[in-house]
Design a protein around this ligand. Structure first.
Ligand SMILES: C[S@@+](CC[C@H](N)C(=O)[O-])C[C@H]1O[C@@H](n2cnc3c(N)ncnc32)[C@H](O)[C@@H]1O
Length: 233
């Protein structure tokens, strides 16, 4: 079997890596369609005409910031069972999801704590990043772990805990170089209070002796009601 290319490119000048968007693992090939009691993995296709329409929208609308810069092809999503509307989607491998998680993936280094497994996309990408030593994923849904975690070739860096991140505590004294919360389905100012709560809860678990340490939440700037660029999601 041909070895897949790494999505990480090393900088010529320092010990950092950048994401090569052309070589991301194709989640739609890695995941089979599967149903659980309340959730399911489904594939969907975007044809050339739809991709062009999305690209046009993405170009003309400032607020969409390239979110819909689709290429025609097959995509995969985790959704509430039987709900094919956009409200049913929990996670997908669309350009919007890749784009909105890319800052985290670029910043991630050392020992990583990530809340939310979803389709396993960020975990799959980060497990091949040379500067990432371990990835602890805390996922509330047993069903997600069964549907997704069992299908992916997750390497020895990854450890998945089935728990609610608001309740879960790391082992005594454990520090992380990277902490990231990605537990929300939609970008909304309603997420802001939870984001603050989680950042407060885990602030002491960040390894501040590492100058590259990072703590963040998915799309937090867009969810902060005080952000002057807030677009009213
Ligand atoms: C948007 S997805 C995460 C996407 C993931 N980063 C990926 O790359 O596929 C959100 C995930 O968070 C999980 N989740 C929601 N609330 C949670 C909580 N309180 N604690 C842990 N996981 C939670 C959901 O079950 C879902 O799998």
């Amino acid at each position: 079997m041909a070895k897949s290319k790494s999505p990480w490119k090393k900088s010529k000048y320092c010990d950092t890596y950048s994401l090569d968007f052309e070589n991301l693992p194709d989640m739609a090939k890695l995941l089979e369609e599967k149903s659980g009691d309340a959730l399911e993995i489904r594939k969907f296709t975007v044809d050339e005409k739809e991709a062009n329409r999305c690209r046009m929208l993405s170009t003309i609308s400032q607020s969409m910031r390239g979110y819909y810069d689709f290429k025609a092809g097959t995509y995969v999503k985790l959704q509430r069972k039987g709900d094919n509307s956009s409200d049913g989607v929990i996670m997908s491998n669309t350009p919007m999801e890749i784009r909105t998680n890319s800052h985290y993936m670029h910043m991630a280094n050392g020992h990583v704590l990530q809340a939310g497994l979803g389709i396993g996309m960020t975990a799959m990408i980060l497990q091949s990043k040379p500067t990432v030593k371990s990835i602890t994923v805390v996922e509330i849904s047993k069903e997600v772990i069964g549907l997704v975690g069992k299908q992916l070739s997750l390497n020895g860096k990854i450890n998945i805990f089935n728990a609610d991140i608001f309740e879960w505590m790391p082992e005594h004294g454990k520090l992380y170089d990277t902490i990231y919360f990605d537990i929300w389905d939609t970008i909304s100012s309603d997420n802001w209070e939870e984001m603050k709560k989680l950042r407060r809860k885990f602030a002491k678990r960040l390894n501040r002796s590492n100058p590259d340490s990072y703590i963040g939440c998915w799309e937090s700037a867009s969810c902060n009601p005080r952000n002057p660029l807030w677009r009213g999601w």
